[in-house]
Design a protein. Structure first.
Length: 311
């Protein structure tokens, strides 16, 4: 049973994570240029949502071990030492910020921050995946390293529980890729297609009586059993994929455009999902009023705790 978090409405929610120290959910509104978080126990009378306005679009973020957040903005990676605090650039990216910005990303278990970019014109596959290592004692100054490329919209980043597989999606290509990942050396090898979804049928609409469309892969996470959960944008569902790439479960959601799942709560058995309403038809919003909110439900298999940025 899905429920919406009160006052969580966004144009396009993204990058949710559960902060175990604060017992709070954080997420972003990309076009709304804001960071949001819950205060108080979700679903109680004392619960509220705080919003922190930014000057440009945030693509993704992660909590930092020493406090505050690391946030990918349009032109680089920034560090805020506290909620609403000064954003200090720690790494710049070499792309045309008029048409490119950062999108989906998160930290790995060793505390490195990963973020992929998006070509907003969607006219070529020139976006990339970057990694920022700012760990004390790493021996190098913090700098972005390009790890993969040749996508249009970077999404679906996730890491297997054993730190041996990295997943990354290209949303317009309807494709999730996988690599063998050596976490200690931070190297990728043996790229392959993890799952190829069917393209949107010509003439499809959510009300199509005969045309079937699963949606296209957006944000993702991995549960404690190593299954890959991906939000299917325009598909009104989450899909759970086994490590083999096989779809083992489809979970309908009350929004046409889910954007990213994460696990939270004290036992990591609450599945939170951000959703979008920006650009959606008014009739769809009326039919699916949860669109744009953060929705949640309880699940049997827990997720993995969020990985903190180490600096």
């Amino acid at each position: 049973m899905w429920t919406s978090i009160d006052n969580s409405l966004c144009e396009l929610g993204e990058s949710p994570f559960w902060h175990p120290r604060e017992r709070a959910l954080y997420w972003l509104d990309i076009p709304g240029r804001a960071v949001l978080r819950t205060r108080g126990d979700i679903g109680t009378d004392s619960a509220k949502v705080e919003r922190w306005a930014l000057s440009t679009e945030p693509g993704c973020m992660a909590p930092a071990r020493s406090g505050g957040l690391v946030i990918a903005l349009r032109d680089g990676i920034y560090r805020a030492r506290e909620w609403g605090g000064e954003l200090v650039a720690i790494a710049r990216v070499d792309h045309d910020v008029r048409t490119m910005r950062f999108n989906d990303g998160k930290c790995d278990a060793l505390g490195r921050f990963w973020s992929g970019s998006i070509n907003e014109a969607k006219d070529r596959a020139n976006a990339a995946l970057y990694c920022l290592d700012a760990r004390p004692g790493s021996g190098v100054a913090p700098a972005l390293t390009q790890m993969a490329n040749q996508v249009t919209t970077a999404n679906g980043l996730a890491f297997s529980p054993d730190a041996r597989t990295l997943y990354w999606a290209d949303t317009p290509a309807h494709q999730v890729r996988a690599w063998n990942w050596d976490a200690a050396a931070n190297t990728l090898s043996q790229p392959r297609v993890f799952h190829q979804f069917d393209a949107k049928p010509e003439g499809w609409t959510p009300d199509s009586p005969t045309l079937r469309y699963e949606g296209r892969p957006d944000g993702a996470t991995v549960d404690a059993q190593g299954h890959y959960w991906v939000a299917m944008f325009e598909g009104a569902q989450l899909l759970r994929l086994a490590p083999s790439g096989e779809i083992v479960a489809a979970v309908p959601v009350p929004a046409q455009c889910p954007t990213m799942p994460c696990f939270g709560g004290d036992d990591l058995k609450t599945l939170f999902v951000t959703t979008a309403r920006k650009g959606r038809p008014a009739a769809e919003i009326e039919r699916l009023p949860a669109s744009g909110t953060v929705i949640s439900m309880r699940v049997d298999t827990p997720g993995l705790p969020v990985s903190f940025f180490e600096d």
